[in-house]
Design a protein around this ligand. Structure first.
Ligand code: FES
Length: 417
């Protein structure tokens, strides 16, 4: 980047300039060849991904504002790692993760029938319902019914089995390796610094959609990793999204991102009406200055949102009310259930509404996203069926689909290919 270009950047943006790539650089680094679909089609690859990706990478499993008080906890089922996790805020206020497995005989300490508990629960202690062993919220085994009947029982060694857990900007991540190769900070690296400092914690009103899709998890991930599809598949739900520009390409280790600029939601009349409600004052209006300086580094006014992909399965779309009225950000996550089934979840995060009009506006944006996400998810099972048919051997990717190319390459490298 020349001096003139650097001078035009928002304050602080230059510190992140090394992550940015031109499309020519992207092509040079990642190539332009078709990407084979074997990794999607082959069940044997999925078995490798379980061990070499999902038991090795840091995985986002919660937000710390979901469990704000001492004793708050939630359960996260992880079929991809064949375990269930308890995410708990202990009495010392620290958030920890444990295998949701009783050290007596392996029963779930907190039983679940769903893939995860919605919202939270609260307890002073965690008690296994099978025989009543009781654990502290920070893990140690506290009491055992009829303890004398065990002869000798070293309770100090029988606490809940802890999993490496850390937070970044309020997102709770776990790493299932016995000894993670990197700390979370190291794992996120430049990406953590680039996307840090955004007021994620202000957007505590969350609306979640989810469904189980009969497709490989990468089909779902890839469908949400590009904007090339927007003018066609979303022609009905997002008619204002024409002429978008996909640029500011970024690569940072296993993670990648780019920015959507261009035509805005204001083209949709009903959305503009609600945008007027939410943009009526400074606090709830667009706050482009809150977007970290490395994002939209030149301060373009047609900034729509940024779509970072935190490897392997977590997308955060930063909007800060720009383009998306009142929206702070939204996330997608893709949890493999087996080779051909995926739990997808999309969550919209807003600043809390202060009156009925703002609430209505949020619900309108929610409905808009529901419709768009139905269109997105409606492609995935067909794509997977098509790939499994063997009719195509590779994906032919254009520039706007570079994050697919990057994710496929990163997966190959995790699998040792
Ligand atoms: Fe939990 Fe027996 S399995 S108390």
């Amino acid at each position: 980047m020349n001096d003139q270009a650097v001078a035009a950047l928002r304050p602080g943006a230059e510190a992140h300039a090394h992550i940015g790539r031109t499309i020519e650089q992207i092509r040079s680094e990642l190539g332009v060849a078709p990407v084979p679909v074997d990794a999607i089609r082959d069940p044997a690859i999925y078995a490798l991904e379980q061990d070499k990706v999902f038991r090795r990478a840091w995985l986002k499993v919660a937000t710390d504002w979901e469990i704000p008080e001492k004793g708050d906890y939630k359960v996260k089922e992880l079929p991809v790692a064949e375990t269930s996790l308890l995410i708990v805020r202990g009495k010392d206020r620290k958030v920890r993760a444990f295998h949701n497995v009783c050290t007596h005989r392996g029963n779930k300490v907190v039983p679940t029938t769903e893939f995860e508990t919605f919202g939270k629960a609260r307890a002073n202690v965690l008690s296994c319902r099978f025989h009543g062993w009781v654990f502290s919220t920070d893990g140690p085994l506290r009491s055992v019914p009829l303890e004398s009947g065990f002869g000798e029982l070293d309770k100090a060694c029988l606490g809940l089995r802890e999993v490496a857990c850390d937070t970044w900007e309020g997102f709770v991540f776990v790493n299932l390796a016995d000894r993670p190769e990197q700390t979370l900070e190291e794992y996120l690296g430049d990406f953590g610094r680039l996307f840090g400092g955004f007021p994620y914690h202000e957007a505590t009103t969350a609306f979640r959609y989810s469904t189980v899709l009969n497709c490989n998890w990468k089909v779902a991930l890839y469908a949400f990793s590009e904007g090339y599809h927007v003018p066609t598949i979303h022609a009905g739900s997002l008619p204002g999204f024409t002429g978008i520009e996909h640029s500011d390409f970024k690569l940072a280790g296993p993670h990648a991102s780019s920015t959507i600029y261009g035509a805005g939601m204001e083209a949709a009349a009903s959305t503009a009406q609600f945008a007027g409600v939410l943009h009526a004052d400074r606090e709830h209006g667009p706050r482009p200055e809150l977007v970290p300086p490395g994002i939209n580094p030149t301060g373009r006014t047609d900034f729509q949102f940024e779509l970072p992909n935190i490897f392997p399965n977590f997308l955060i779309h930063l909007a800060a009310g720009c383009g998306y009225p009142g929206m702070a950000y939204f996330t997608h996550q893709f949890w493999p259930l087996d080779h051909g089934r995926t739990l997808w979840e999309g969550i919209n995060y807003f600043r809390p509404a202060r009156n009925a009009a703002e609430r209505a506006a949020q619900l309108h944006v929610n409905a808009l996203h529901r419709n768009a996400w139905l269109e997105d998810t409606g492609t995935m099972e067909d794509t997977f069926t098509g790939i499994r048919s063997g009719a195509i051997g590779a994906m032919h990717l254009m520039d706007q689909e570079f994050m697919i190319r990057h994710a496929a390459r990163t997966l190959d490298s995790y699998l040792g290919k």
